[in-house]
Design a binder for this molecule. Structure first.
Ligand SMILES: O=C(O)[C@H](O)[C@@H](O)[C@H](O)[C@H](O)COP(=O)(O)O
Ligand code: SF4
Length: 638
């Protein structure tokens, strides 16, 4: 099926723009491949260290160097309710892989930060940088070079992007993402937000607030709003990196564990030894990235992916920018209304049809590419299925034709909105992104005087002192990655929402970011260049009229040109963001980070290597496979 002309145009533009770096990436991938098991390239001493602690039968298989070894890279910890279930996954995986004659090895853990625990706290200034720290930790795990396939256990915000960025730097290794599933529904996200707004007005006690939060976040599993974590799940389904429909199955259930077992055994199958070799670097290509952006728009996904997806693409040699997001947003309809884009949560979304329903609708609408590689082979249509238990095995069934709840999920023929959730706004303040799917139409344009703040705390002090009961645009400055690590400013949402509810026209403009769970207040975020990179946001003064217009895609200070030209860049003392809570360890990150529109990344685009010199000397069983087209079953980017 032909895709929509705009989808095709954006795809071809990305392919053209990415050609040098994508070809360099594929050359690196070729050079890393070996004939036989990857551990065949190790010397005996290395290998003995690699299997020393294993039980006899595993050790024998590892020593024989015939059966694949499957890496487990896990973000388990007790801090994220979403990742706590991963505690018992390694045992399920090892038993499942043994059943099919191979071996699974816990290759390494990666750090994972809960943005809910750190929201509004100093720790949030490490949050964005934790993504590439996770990517580096993934590389450290895989650098043992023992592995012929890998399972990535992660769900939340920066963790899936970090794991995937790391995995793509080992693009020759087949990989499958293994989710843990969402928390069961507690009090609704709307009720949770209402308690917060009452507390911000002084109408609820701290005990009432804590009780409300505890009823929202009440158990193991991912928080049930459609923030960055659950946006990640949609993207993994859309990119064919999950088994179909694995995203939103509750942790601790038989189906959840059966899916983990099935993913483990499928990883063996797509290893070179399994006969259906499918390296992850050939799954993530220009078309799968375009598909991911389309699914983000169709579901009102997290604004954080206007950075994370760009960084993921960059890791695979693919260059994406906010024009690509913006042009796709204009043709991809909004098909799901999940909080903050509506009242439903992800459990309702799943019951209505879930992410695989969205995949089918986008394919049927010609708004996604079907001809892509996935962990199941060639073709995305195989992922438009729903998993069920048949005994202790997973079987997949066709999706129902209709949505289970039209208030939550719709077919492309009857969308909530003809266009998607994220738009580019640009003007004399720079380039920024706005999530419009969660903002009422009457707030898509805000023109009001600026009030500048250099920290979240300064804003909250002014709010609590009653100084903000007016129409205004909050310009929160010095929040970019170079300044203080680009924290989420989600903690300002209840105050801004109260002011909006009181009838004031309010908006936020910042070089910082918001949570994927942020919603109703119009916010032009990720303003690039950031102030510390000379961004014009630093020229704004209190009282300047700021116009934020999501319909026209503009972001301007309406200041006479001569006055604007005479302005000096504001300065701020950021030292308190550079010391304490470990922030001093990330000084190098602040200095080396790329712009938000380049993914706020800490790694270069792949560049051509002089010759496809193998990364390591082969041995008899680890003979280096020459990188050549016929070795691959996969068409290169055209
Ligand atoms: O991008 C995201 O989705 C957020 O980082 C999310 O993971 C974060 O935890 C929110 O702050 C939680 O939402 P509440 O703060 O509303 O509980
Ligand atoms: S969704 Fe956010 S708050 Fe919930 S567990 Fe994940 S990181 Fe923490």
């Amino acid at each position: 099926m032909m895709v929509h002309p705009v989808v095709e145009k954006v795809t071809q533009r990305i392919i053209q723009r990415s050609r040098p770096s994508r070809q360099a990436y594929l050359a690196h991938l070729d050079a890393a491949r070996v004939k036989g098991v990857q551990r065949g390239t190790l010397a005996c001493t290395n290998l003995a260290h690699g299997f020393a602690a294993f039980p006899a039968n595993d050790k024998l298989k590892l020593r024989e160097q015939k059966q694949p070894s499957v890496a487990i890279v896990s973000s388990y910890n007790d801090m994220l309710s979403a990742h706590q279930p991963f505690e018992y996954f390694p045992k399920i995986i090892k038993d499942a892989v043994r059943e099919v004659g191979a071996v699974a090895q816990f290759a390494g853990g990666v750090p994972a930060m809960c943005d809910g625990v750190t929201q509004g706290q100093p720790g949030m200034e490490l949050s964005l940088f934790s993504r590439d720290t996770i990517a580096m930790s993934t590389a450290i795990a895989l650098s043992h070079n023992m592995f012929d396939a890998s399972l990535y256990l992660g769900i939340c915000d920066k963790i899936v992007p970090g794991l995937l960025i790391g995995a793509l730097h080992f693009g020759h290794i087949p990989g499958i993402f293994v989710p843990g599933g969402p928390m069961t529904t507690g009090i609704s996200n709307k009720e949770k937000a209402a308690v917060r707004q009452r507390y911000a007005k002084g109408l609820a006690t701290r005990e009432e607030l804590l009780e409300g939060e505890a009823q929202a976040y009440h158990g193991a599993g991912t928080c049930t709003f459609y923030g960055t974590a659950n946006s990640n799940q949609m993207l993994m389904e859309m990119m064919g990196l999950h088994l179909p429909g694995a995203a939103f199955i509750t942790p601790g259930t038989p189906l959840r564990d059966a899916l983990t077992k099935a993913a483990s055994q499928h990883a063996v199958k797509i290893s070179q030894q399994g006969g259906e070799y499918m390296p992850i670097g050939h799954i993530v290509d220009e078309k799968s990235i375009v598909n991911a952006i389309a699914s983000l728009h169709a579901t009102g996904g997290s604004t954080n992916h206007t950075m994370h997806l760009i960084a993921i693409a960059r890791a695979a040699g693919i260059v994406v920018d906010w024009n690509d997001f913006d042009e796709l947003s204009k043709v991809v309809p909004l098909l799901a209304r999940v909080y903050p884009n509506g009242d439903a949560d992800v459990n309702h979304f799943q019951a209505a049809g879930g992410p695989t329903f969205v995949i089918r609708e986008l394919l049927d609408a010609g708004l996604a590419h079907e001809d892509v590689n996935t962990i199941l082979g060639r073709g995305l249509r195989a992922h438009c299925k729903e998993p069920f238990l048949d005994g202790d095995k997973v079987v997949w069934k066709d999706l129902p034709e209709q949505s289970g709840d039209e208030a939550v999920l719709r077919k492309y023929t009857n969308p909530f909105s003809p266009d998607g959730g994220l738009v580019l706004v640009q003007g004399n303040l720079g380039r920024a992104v706005m999530k419009v799917s969660a903002v009422k139409k009457e707030h898509h344009i805000v023109e009001a005087p600026a009030k500048t703040f250099d920290s979240q705390e300064d804003f909250m002090h002014a709010y609590q002192a009653g100084q903000l009961n007016m129409d205004f645009v909050a310009v929160i400055r010095f929040q970019g990655p170079r300044a203080n690590g680009m924290p989420e400013l989600h903690a300002l949402t209840p105050a801004l929402a109260n002011l909006q509810d009181a009838g004031y026209h309010v908006a936020m403009v910042t070089d910082g970011r918001m949570s994927g769970a942020s919603g109703k207040v119009p916010a032009a975020i990720h303003v690039s260049p950031e102030i510390l990179a000379g961004g014009p946001l630093g020229l704004v003064r209190d009282g300047d009229i700021i116009r934020v217009d999501a319909t026209q895609g503009t972001l301007d200070a309406l200041v006479p040109a001569d006055v604007w030209a005479s302005r000096k860049m504001a300065t701020a003392d950021l030292s308190r963001s550079h010391i304490g809570m470990g922030r001093e360890l990330f000084d190098g990150f602040r200095k080396s980070v790329t712009a938000a529109e380049e993914g706020a990344a800490h790694f270069p685009l792949p560049s051509p290597i002089e010759t496809t010199v193998p990364l390591h000397e082969g041995t008899d069983s680890g003979e280096i496979m020459p990188g050549s087209d016929e070795d691959f079953l996969f068409p290169k980017s055209k």
